[in-house]
Design a protein around this ligand. Structure first.
Ligand SMILES: N[C@@H](CCC(=O)N[C@@H](CS)C(=O)NCC(=O)O)C(=O)O
Length: 259
């Protein structure tokens, strides 16, 4: 099996979404991967099959996924078959180990996992600003609740999470504001970077006001601009492989932003 086919990302086409955390790990380490729904004709069928509500274990012995993203890793499953792994943080922990993004020792691995989970909590809370009542219902049918939720999110949750990550970045002397743990890039850095990037899109006025007020200077001035310097991230971010935000987790509804 050629290296180009070893990793197959199974995620919805056309949006960054949660698949983006996995893509960034590949791009930051220049690791070849197949983005099935975006690159394979009819690839969407594999994503639909993945979340088929009647599915049990697949032919390679993998349990079904509740929801995308999933990663298929050829040769890493039972008896040399393909491993199919779902849940963003589980994918990142597994892949981080393979791509040297998971930390140097047991303590670093545990911290990186906890920090990535914390950044993913912020990602999930962002989703809930436009879908506070039901994931299935339209935003337009939960606008009032969204406004209350987004106001609280902007006023108390953003500063809580950003304040936390600012302290972690500042406290890690080795990282010089560039890394959350140690002196090299981890999947926790990539995860935090993507959430900050998405929030800048979703709540541009809120983020700009905080940055201009001098809040969270390590995040905004050191960490955020430095992450894309790794691997082929800059080229990736300028390419059409990086999908635009639309109806995914990071949505821009002006009425939910700071007024
Ligand atoms: N905790 C899961 C959440 C997965 C998830 O909510 N996936 C979304 C797309 S980003 C989805 O397609 N959900 C469909 C569903 O829940 O039915 C993860 O991090 O992977």
């Amino acid at each position: 099996m050629s290296n180009a086919n070893k990793y197959e990302l199974l995620y919805w086409p056309g949006i960054p979404g949660r698949g983006e955390f996995v893509r960034l790990a590949f791009e930051a380490t220049k690791t070849p991967y197949l983005d099935v729904s975006n690159q394979v004709e009819g690839g969407i069928r594999q994503i639909l099959a993945l979340k088929d509500e009647k599915a049990t274990y697949d032919a390679d012995g993998n349990p079904p996924a509740l929801a995308p993203p999933a990663l298929r890793i050829h040769g890493e499953g039972k008896n040399g078959k393909a491993l199919v792994l779902s849940q963003t943080p589980a994918i990142l922990a597994f892949l981080g180990e393979k791509l040297d993004l998971a930390g140097a020792d047991a303590a670093e691995k545990a911290w990186i996992q906890a920090l990535a989970l914390t950044a993913l909590d912020l990602n999930n809370e962002t989703h809930d600003t436009h879908h506070p009542v039901s994931t299935l219902a339209y935003y337009e049918d939960q606008k009032e609740e969204s406004l209350r939720r987004a106001t609280d999110f902007r006023e108390s949750r953003i500063p809580k999470f950003f304040g936390y990550f600012e302290r972690v970045l500042k406290g890690n002397k080795e990282g010089k504001g560039r890394y959350l743990v140690g002196d090299k890039l981890s999947y926790a850095d990539l995860t935090l970077w993507q959430v900050v990037h998405g929030l800048k899109f979703a709540f541009p006025k809120e983020l700009k006001a905080r940055e201009e007020a001098g809040e969270f200077p390590t995040i905004f001035k050191t960490f955020f601009p430095s992450v894309p310097e790794h691997g082929q991230l800059k080229e990736y971010l300028d390419s059409d492989r990086r999908k635009p935000y639309s109806k995914g987790i990071f949505r821009h509804y002006p009425e939910l932003d700071r007024q």
